[in-house]
Design a protein around this ligand. Structure first.
Ligand SMILES: Cc1ncc(COP(=O)(O)O)c(C=O)c1O
Length: 432
């Protein structure tokens, strides 16, 4: 009964994100009472495996005892303080650790509170750094099929039509360069060549390239080879263009290393992090950059040279304590090595999907496993059908149109993987 009551009360007063609300006439909302481990539970005792880590944020399960205890400790000490002119211990400790853990030459941390805002910070900082050098470079390049968030700047560098087209008249002028078409080295070289041609022609205007290293999340989980990152780095160096790595989705172990840029062993000029940073507890994001970039803003007071960007909740102390607890777990529990085993098991299970006639291909990068379907058009909304089938059978899967993916919390067990992937297999099979 409680489920029903909450659904009705919700629809009276809420407008949900990324949702055609009329869909809820047929697809009921799922009120969640509690979470534990990989599970979410509704008010009637139905359990769902959170196979998408609640929009890719939850790394170590819901109501993780360790993270909860650290946030509770912080709650009794300091919940929040303005970060202009003041500081606190959790944010200093977190920044020291991030500087150590991220690729080299990333020395300073600038905080915001969600992925899109952090993308805005990186874009503005890049433009402003060039400006402080006396250059006017106002164009950003991004990859075709990319996604960087929903605020106007972030949407402008994105390239997924579904989110972008409607707002086109409002957006910044940006350029898109091809993403490598598959995971091969050859594809990486071909795409890098295209970027180089663009730079040759327009380097004077281009401030930065922003990209999602290795996996384009909302861009249907498209994957490419790390060689592309190495080549982009070289081209950026040659043409005085910044490299912004948006690791909002791929950061914190998702791709098999702590940060996706490690696969290529190159450093970006700006690294954007959010989502998993707090283990899925609280909103937080950060942009890391080099001492060189920082130095361009460092001078006697001049309102045009300082980076006068702020958000009220920047560097919230509770969020920083959750982030420190998340890093503790990475450190103390060999998560990256453990994930290798989990990823191997998912890879084994993934093979079975190729037996299905409606499966075009499978792919995987670390803790992201993907099944791409074929033979359907967007109007059929098969993603929604798979979502519903899985939900009715205890698994939360949220396909991107015809692309079904698994991105579970890192604490998932083999039997939970069985349940997650077998149920999804049945869902895809039921479409035939
Ligand atoms: C790569 C990437 N960048 C930025 C964002 C935006 O983050 P947020 O939803 O926290 O604004 C997302 C969100 O999915 C993302 O996947």
């Amino acid at each position: 009964m409680k489920n029903e009551e909450l659904k009705n009360r919700d629809l009276d007063v809420l407008w949900h994100p990324c949702t055609q609300m009329k869909d809820h006439e047929k697809l009921p909302l799922t009120p969640i009472k509690k979470g534990y481990g990989v599970y979410l539970e509704d008010f009637e005792g139905n359990k769902f495996i959170d196979a998408i880590s609640s929009w890719w944020v939850n790394l170590f399960g819901h109501v993780n005892p360790y993270i909860s205890s650290k946030v509770k400790e912080q709650l009794d000490t300091l919940e929040h303080v303005i970060i202009a002119g003041f500081t606190q211990e959790p944010i200093i400790r977190l920044s020291e650790r991030l500087v150590k853990l991220t690729p080299k030459n990333l020395d300073k941390c600038f905080y915001a509170d969600n992925g899109s805002s952090a993308v805005e910070v990186a874009l503005k900082m890049s433009f402003h750094a060039h400006k402080n050098d006396g250059k006017s470079k106002s164009i950003f390049v991004s990859l075709k099929n990319s996604y960087h968030g929903e605020t106007i700047g972030a949407l402008s560098v994105g390239d997924v039509e579904l989110y972008k087209d409607t707002y086109e008249p409002l957006l910044l002028k940006t350029l898109q360069t091809p993403v490598p078409k598959d995971m091969s080295k050859d594809a990486a070289k071909v795409a890098a060549k295209e970027f180089e041609i663009l730079c040759k022609n327009r380097a004077d205007e281009i401030s930065a390239i922003i990209l999602e290293p290795l996996v384009q999340g909302a861009g249907y989980m498209h994957m490419y080879h790390p060689l592309f990152l190495i080549l982009v780095r070289e081209i950026c160096n040659n043409y005085d263009i910044h490299f912004i790595a948006d690791e909002v989705m791929v950061g914190f172990g998702r791709t098999g290393k702590l940060f996706a840029m490690e696969h290529a062993d190159v450093s970006p000029d700006f690294l954007v992090l959010s989502k998993g940073i707090t283990g899925g507890y609280l909103p937080l994001s950060v942009v890391l950059t080099s001492n060189d970039i920082y130095a361009k803003f460092y001078c006697d007071y001049n309102e045009h040279k300082a980076f006068l960007h702020s958000h009220s909740y920047t560097g919230n102390a509770l969020a920083c304590s959750a982030a420190n607890a998340t890093l503790d777990i990475f450190e103390n529990e060999n998560i990256i090595e453990k994930n290798e085993e989990i990823a191997k098991y998912m890879y084994k299970k993934l093979q079975k999907f190729t037996n299905l006639k409606n499966v075009a291909s499978i792919r995987q990068q670390g803790m992201i496993a993907v099944v791409e379907l074929q033979g359907y058009d967007a109007k059929q909304r098969i993603g929604l059908k798979i979502h519903k089938y899985c939900l009715d059978n205890g698994v939360l899967i949220r396909p991107l149109s015809h692309v079904v993916y698994f991105m579970p919390p890192y604490i998932i067990t083999a039997s939970e993987i069985d349940k997650m992937m077998d149920t999804t297999y049945e869902a895809i099979n039921s479409l035939l």
